[in-house]
Design a protein around this ligand. Structure first.
Ligand SMILES: Cc1cc2nc3c(=O)[nH]c(=O)nc-3n(C[C@H](O)[C@H](O)[C@H](O)COP(=O)(O)OP(=O)(O)OC[C@H]3O[C@@H](n4cnc5c(N)ncnc54)[C@H](O)[C@@H]3O)c2cc1C
Ligand SMILES: Cc1cc2nc3c(=O)[nH]c(=O)nc-3n(C[C@H](O)[C@H](O)[C@H](O)COP(=O)(O)O)c2cc1C
Length: 583
């Protein structure tokens, strides 16, 4: 049985003891709804604020005993799904026992069928639970946007779902969003421009930083020119480079790019110029140092594995002498304060070069267990000097690096910081810590926090799923008041519109979906029937600015297909009432 982690708790109301009425709530309701009550008293029933326990069982069966419904799993009742799950369990169990030739096989099939459906519902319920527990962080919202926020709190209901049900409502929401931004025009939320310092992005889609591992001696190659240039033509407002390393030993692999030689600056400026000249995208650089996760193979040759040629491995440095994978990766040397100052100056030199190369934004990589991230996490930082211990101490070095860069990075150019908002590990960074981390960078002058998670240690247990990191961006944005970039399995334009409108983020970074479709943003515009500002098709491509005929019918779907999809949606696609193929 486990209880989910909270991204950031703002609950301040003391819970009344069991059996007592919540007199404060009764008084508040009386004050808020005098018209409805017309002088009647609000009567308490001794109901309690309880901390909901999400039941998760590693196994749902033992021999011929099986768990179904609440005994197997619970999902917070604010999404109203417990009865449905219990009924579907019963249907699936009956179907599997009919279809399989033994009780054993039937129970195995039942669990295999139901577990993913239940996990998906539990994720949605957890998001809803956390939404209510952190309600205080949304009280500043425009009432219309608050309404959208509550409707989409589990992230299952989206902008487009709501449009199908009530187009006038979503049109009103798009208007409210434009109004809240002081924007001149109503557009799909993702196509509203966004400004940070002197930089205005044409839309709110970011190509997430993605290491391509094809650099030679730290130089970006023609592959990078085509890759980043292609993404810029594909319509995103901001294209981020991969993590660009501030020194040769600070690379993750021999295929990682760098900004530690004058020639690197020149090579990068060629790419930046191409993006600026050929598109209206902005281009940002992500600067980082690999720390204890360095000296490894290219992604497709064995991620996080040391180089096969033992001689070619280079020594690693980190806040503490702890290897990433004991027995696999080498043990790094604990950095001295003098060496830390040296690396800080490498970051500064790289930032100066990045400015000269023409980059529009600089992101400091403080996530994923690389050097700066490993200072922040208590899992990887076990120093006993003033750079270890409390969170404030662990943040000291990353903040020193940030501040030193901010001093040389032009005042009109923005800086973002990518963080891991949770380590997904007992004793590691948690959601509430990430709010403090974001606050510290905001106080130091950061303009946006790019909110990722994990990758600190191989034992992590991430709760992967659609837009699974967004609650952390949400908590940071609404508690710290700094712009956030949400990232992580945000693959549809509908999710982007929904997250922006609900106020969970200011920008959405899309990674792998951009590798699948470099023209992701242009296609999103076509699919929404939008051809206004923020989604400019390159003029030479204009002739292709419509969805091609694929041979698929766009007309009404046959009834059988709808029935199947409905069944799959409710998770009992295998239930065929008249079929009896069991033993
Ligand atoms: C406040 C609240 C609001 C909710 N709102 C919703 C909602 O809006 N929509 C929704 O779908 N779900 C909602 N739920 C969840 C829903 O009620 C449960 O998920 C659902 O009832 C689970 O069904 P079940 O058959 O697994 O368990 P239960 O309904 O709990 O049934 C288990 C039964 O087993 C009996 N029992 C227990 N031990 C024994 C024993 N030893 N011998 C014999 N019998 C035993 C119990 O008395 C009980 O009758 C809500 C739950 C709560 C608490
Ligand atoms: C091939 C690849 C390389 C990546 N390289 C980086 C990187 O250099 N810096 C970084 O911060 N994140 C990196 N990431 C993580 C992505 O930026 C992004 O956070 C992650 O893929 C989740 O987003 P997605 O689900 O949209 O892909 C990389 C991801 C992929 C798939």
């Amino acid at each position: 049985m486990t209880c989910g982690e909270r991204p950031g708790s703002t609950r301040s109301m003391p819970a009344p003891s069991p059996g007592q009425n919540d007199e404060a709530a009764i008084a508040k309701v009386t004050e808020l709804f005098p018209d409805v009550l017309s002088g009647h008293k609000v009567v308490g029933n001794g109901s309690k604020w309880i901390s909901f326990t999400t039941v998760r069982n590693a196994k749902w069966r033992k021999d011929n005993l099986v768990l179904i419904g609440d005994a197997a799993h619970t999902a917070h009742f604010s999404i109203g799904s417990g009865t449905k799950l219990a009924m579907e369990d019963a249907l699936a169990l009956a179907a599997c026992l009919h279809e399989e030739c033994s009780v054993d096989a039937g129970l195995t099939a039942y669990e295999a069928e139901r577990r993913p459906v239940v996990q998906s519902t539990q994720r949605a319920a957890q998001a809803s639970l956390e939404w209510f527990e952190n309600l205080g962080q949304y009280t500043h919202q425009d009432p219309a946007l608050f309404a959208f926020n509550i409707l989409t709190r589990s992230r299952r209901v989206t902008h487009d779902n709501l449009r199908v049900r009530d187009p006038e409502f979503t049109q009103a929401m798009d208007r409210a969003y434009a109004r809240s931004l002081g924007a001149a025009e109503v557009r799909p939320p993702m196509f509203q421009p966004f400004s940070l310092r002197g930089l205005t992005l044409r839309n709110r889609v970011v190509v997430s930083p993605m290491d391509m591992y094809v650099s030679v001696d730290g130089f970006p190659t023609d592959f990078h020119l085509l890759h980043l240039g292609g993404k810029a033509l594909g319509g995103a407002g901001l294209v981020m480079t991969e993590m660009v390393c501030v020194s040769a030993p600070g690379r993750i692999t021999l295929g990682c790019t760098g900004m530690y030689a004058p020639e690197h600056e020149l090579a990068w400026s060629r790419i930046v110029d191409a993006v600026h000249e050929q598109s209206s995208s902005a281009i940002g650089i992500q600067l980082g140092h690999s720390g204890r996760k360095g000296s490894t193979r290219l992604m497709w040759e064995g991620i996080d594995q040391p180089l096969e040629d033992v001689e070619a491995n280079w020594p690693l440095v980190a806040p503490s002498a702890l290897p990433y994978k004991a027995g696999v990766n080498q043990t790094p040397r604990e950095l001295t304060v003098e060496e830390m100052a040296e690396i800080r100056e490498q970051f500064v030199a790289a930032a100066v070069s990045a400015d000269r190369a023409g980059f529009d934004l600089l992101e400091l990589h403080c996530a994923h267990g690389y050097l700066l991230s490993s200072f922040i996490s208590p899992i990887t930082n076990q120093r006993t000097d003033s750079y270890g211990g409390s969170l404030a101490n662990r943040l000291r070095y990353p903040l020193e690096v940030f501040t030193a860069i901010r001093e040389v990075w032009p005042a009109d150019k923005p800086m973002s910081v990518r963080i891991s908002a949770t380590d997904w590990l007992e004793g590691g960074i948690t959601g509430p810590d990430s709010v403090q981390i974001a606050q510290a960078f905001a106080d130091a002058g950061a303009d946006a926090i790019d909110v990722s998670t994990g990758q600190i240690a191989p034992e992590e247990k991430p709760d992967f799923g659609r837009s699974y990191q967004t609650p952390y961006a949400d908590a940071i944005r609404n508690q710290v008041g700094i712009a956030t970039i949400a990232v992580g399995v945000i693959s549809s334009w509908d999710d982007v519109n929904s997250l922006l409108l609900a106020g969970r983020a200011d920008l959405c970074a899309v990674g792998r979906a951009h590798l699948y479709d470099p023209n992701w943003t242009l296609h999103a515009a076509i699919e929404q029937g939008y051809d206004g500002p923020g989604a400019p098709w390159p003029l030479p491509w204009k002739a292709g600015a419509r969805a091609p005929q694929t041979g698929r019918t766009d007309g009404p779907k046959p009834r059988l297909q709808l029935a199947r999809e409905g069944a799959r949606e409710t998770g009992h696609a295998r239930w065929r009432p008249n079929r009896n193929s069991g033993p």
